[in-house]
Design a protein around this ligand. Structure first.
Ligand code: THU
Length: 133
């Protein structure tokens, strides 16, 4: 699967979004080294703080199928934004915990904008397990 196909999967994942409050559908697609793709979409709740983002759902989906950080290659996300859709702060913290430093994170939108980044660019000076020692 190439990056273009993975971006298409992230766009398709938006159809799984449950977002009756924000009406803002986000999709994510996570590619593993063995070629599997795990999808995530945002799932909202009438108790707003309980909303869960697409990126975290994709990572948790893969983990619940037995995959871990070292298995992940690329995480793509997409939403109907003006520029490439950027992960929220909570997702950046979770991505920095669960997604490898050398993995690619591809932020996109529905108009064809594509911006590739990585964990360290998204969350420099991240709090991590090292701080707990
Ligand atoms: N959302 C995501 O799914 N990912 C992000 O990184 C940004 C925000 C969702 C959460 C909520 O359901 C909706 O977008 C509006 O904030």
């Amino acid at each position: 699967m190439d990056k273009k196909e993975l971006i298409q999967k992230a766009i398709e994942a938006r159809s799984l979004s449950y977002s009756p409050y924000s009406h803002f559908a986000v999709g994510a697609a996570l590619l593993t080294k063995d070629g599997k793709v795990f999808l995530g979409a945002n799932v909202e709740n009438s108790s707003y703080p309980l909303c869960m983002c697409a990126e975290r759902n994709a990572l948790y989906n893969a983990m619940m199928h037995g995959y871990k950080k070292s298995d992940f290659l690329v995480l793509a996300l997409s939403a109907d934004t003006d520029g490439p859709c950027s992960p929220c702060g909570a997702c950046r913290q979770v991505i920095s915990e669960l997604f490898p430093k050398d993995g690619a994170i591809i932020m996109t939108n529905l108009k064809g904008a594509v911006q590739e980044t990585n964990v360290e660019e998204l969350l420099p000076f991240a709090f991590s397990e090292d701080d707990l020692k």
